[in-house]
Design a protein around this ligand. Structure first.
Ligand SMILES: [Zn+2]
Length: 89
């Protein structure tokens, strides 16, 4: 199995660095914020661990708002919870 070096990204919940494939990516492009499961969407990205604790922290601390420098709608957060429940990887 090929082992690739993955770039590290910071979780906006716990503020720790992880390989980005362990995190959800949220991307902002032209004022539109959405979940980017492909990691390939253009725009400014913010990352959060794939667990409820970090999602809750990110929500509470408004980590996405700060990382993306824009107001992130609760819908984006609930989409992340949905992805978590779906077990998307
Ligand atoms: Zn985290």
């Amino acid at each position: 199995m090929e082992i690739k070096e993955l770039p590290l990204r910071k979780c906006v919940g716990c503020n720790k660095m992880f390989p980005k494939n362990q995190l959800f990516r949220v991307v902002r492009l032209d004022g539109d914020v959405r979940v980017d499961l492909s990691y390939k969407a253009q725009g400014r990205g913010a990352y959060v661990c794939r667990n409820e604790a970090c999602l809750a922290l990110a929500e509470k601390k408004k980590g996405f708002n700060r990382a993306l420098k824009t107001a992130v709608s609760p819908e984006v957060i609930s989409n992340l919870y949905m992805e978590l429940e779906n077990g998307s990887r």
